[in-house]
Design a protein. Structure first.
Length: 170
């Protein structure tokens, strides 16, 4: 495979990943805003607390989407570690997202429903950049290339496939 086609292949894979991440994230944003606005208009819960609850609900739905849709082909060993890292990075994302809303609400007294939604949306956008990087880098890791090759070779060897000598490999 040429360098150019390898680059094209990597860009296509990243593009598919971004679309899947965006689809799950988009559904999460809808859940987040629905819960936030319901709490904001139907209860007396303060704006940032309502946002934190909404973020937690959306995080739960997003985990299911990321694990079983976006990153279903990724390493599935160590689910406890995966979930722990997901929750850790989600909490950091929650702080980023709601920190923006907190600053707008309590730092600048921008607390109308429209202002709250705008700053919540801005916080979600900033936190999403962090989440995308952290989830793909630390949580839903790809299988190491060496491990994938060893698994494939052992599968072929177990199936009585022809063995190549070390000298015949490229």
């Amino acid at each position: 495979m040429s360098e150019r086609s390898a680059l094209r292949s990597r860009l296509e894979a990243l593009s598919r990943e971004l679309v899947k991440f965006g689809a799950v994230g988009g559904a999460g944003v809808l859940v987040n805003f629905a819960v936030f606005n319901l709490m904001r208009h139907l209860t007396d819960v303060p704006v940032v607390r309502a946002s934190i609850v909404a973020t937690i609900v959306a995080t739960g739905t997003n985990y299911l989407g990321y694990r079983y849709f976006t990153y279903r082909d990724r390493d599935k060993q160590g689910r406890t570690k995966e979930l722990t890292l997901f929750l850790l990075f989600s909490v950091i994302g929650l702080v980023i997202e709601n920190g923006v809303l907190y600053a707008a609400t309590y730092g600048f007294d921008w607390d109308t429903p429209l202002q709250s939604n705008v700053f919540k949306f801005l916080g979600i956008g900033i936190a999403t950049l962090f989440r995308f990087w952290s989830y793909r880098t630390w949580v839903f890791r790809t299988l190491p290339a060496r491990e994938a090759v060893e698994r494939a070779e052992s599968f072929l060897a177990d199936g009585a496939a022809p063995q190549h000598s070390a000298g015949s490999r490229r």
